[in-house]
Write a protein of this length. Structure first.
Length: 111
């Protein structure tokens, strides 16, 4: 995997980036663009996406289901992992939507 497009609410993206920034394989993306209605769109390298998954996974032993970090980590982890598991071929754009208010089809339109 070379890269993946990620769409999330700005607050979610900022939390994810802060979580992963200290991982040795995470690289801050060169651009995070406003998408619409408080959402952002960015592209993460495969290396950065793996670092993010590792840091999301690492919240399990330190969090409980009723604490914010665990709750904020479990859904993005599961969605990213599921989206990567569905990749069937080379050359396709991987789009990961981490916002329940945005349908998967509507992210293909311009902001």
């Amino acid at each position: 995997m070379a890269s993946a497009e990620l769409i999330a609410h700005r607050d979610t993206w900022e939390w994810l980036a802060a979580l992963a920034v200290d991982h040795s394989h995470f690289r801050t993306p060169p651009a995070v663009e406003d998408f619409k209605e408080g959402r952002v769109r960015t592209v993460l390298s495969g290396r950065s996406l793996i670092a993010l998954l590792i840091e999301l996974w690492n919240t399990r032993p330190t969090g409980t289901p009723l604490e914010g970090d665990w709750a904020m980590a479990v859904t993005p982890y599961n969605r990213i992992a599921a989206q990567l598991a569905d990749v069937v071929g080379q050359g396709e754009t991987i789009r990961i939507v981490l916002d329940d208010g945005l349908s998967h089809g509507s992210h293909e339109t311009d902001a």
